[in-house]
Design a protein. Structure first.
Length: 271
């Protein structure tokens, strides 16, 4: 109630992020190999009027945060994490395609969203229509309180990132994130960068960050994106395409927000 009164913009952004976080967590549980769930229902496609609503797109037809979360949750080749308490994290790798895929699974626990205090990687060959589960202890091959379930002293990390990448090209296929302590993320200097790019495909933003950026959103009155409300791992770059909302021919001019950033980052393209 205090946050809603003192900082309504932050209250709204955190509230919007909740729906997507919950949906990703639920489908990660339901899609795991040992799950007895035979499917899940997304209750409504579109809201009937402005407001919170049950829809994954709003009454004006624009994607809501949960739409972007479901897009990630439904990837046919997927990595997800489930919290098993004192048993650590369970890492689930799925291949629902008809082809075998060679991938690399990378796993890292980050302190202050930047420094890896535990890490591991493994090359995998995923058969068609397959699921694989392994524990974080199996990956790391030593004890590390990944979920902060034992609480032996101060917490050593604040985020865990699992990345599935194509072994031949190195391109990222899917990522999953886990945060051992729930609640609103603390605001810090992320070292967030946003370069406006114009090429044969149109306008785009090249995003980068020195520290893990949570819930990245892009706001521009003349453009929209098909990818928002995602986490951006430190040291990574992501190209996000900007799609015109109309036929105005305007150049990008907006802001990049992150739930744990000190302030929005301004960007502007040259027509």
């Amino acid at each position: 109630a205090r946050l809603r009164h003192e900082d309504p913009d932050r209250y709204l952004r955190l509230s919007q992020a909740v729906s997507g976080d919950v949906m990703e967590a639920v489908y990660a549980e339901w899609r795991r190999g040992r799950s007895t769930c035979a499917g899940g229902i997304v209750w409504m496609l579109q809201d009937l009027r402005p407001g919170a609503g049950w829809g994954v797109i709003d009454s004006a037809g624009q994607p809501k945060p949960c739409w972007h979360a479901l897009k990630r949750a439904f990837r046919p080749v997927q990595v997800s994490l489930t919290d098993e308490g004192v048993n650590g994290l369970a890492v689930h790798v799925l291949n629902e395609t008809a082809a075998s895929i060679d991938v690399t699974l990378s796993f890292a626990c980050l302190r202050d969203g930047a420094t890896a205090v535990a890490r591991a990687s493994r090359d995998l060959t995923l058969p068609p229509r397959s699921s694989l589960e392994m524990s974080s202890a199996e990956l790391l091959q030593n004890f590390f309180d990944v979920t902060y379930g034992y609480r032996f002293g101060a917490r050593q990390h604040d985020a865990t990132v699992a990345t599935l990448s194509d072994r031949a090209t190195g391109a990222t296929i899917a990522q999953a994130f886990h945060f051992p302590v729930a609640g609103a993320p603390q605001r810090v200097d992320l070292g967030l960068g946003a370069d406006v790019v114009h090429d044969e495909g149109g306008w785009a933003l090249r995003l980068s960050t020195r520290r893990l950026a949570r819930g990245v959103q892009i706001e521009d009155g003349a453009f929209r994106t098909d990818e928002e409300w995602f986490h951006l791992a430190p040291g990574e770059e992501r190209m996000v395409r900007l799609k015109p909302r109309g036929l105005s021919g305007a150049a990008p001019d907006g802001e990049v927000h992150a739930l744990n950033g000190l302030a929005p980052l301004r960007f502007r393209g040259v027509p």
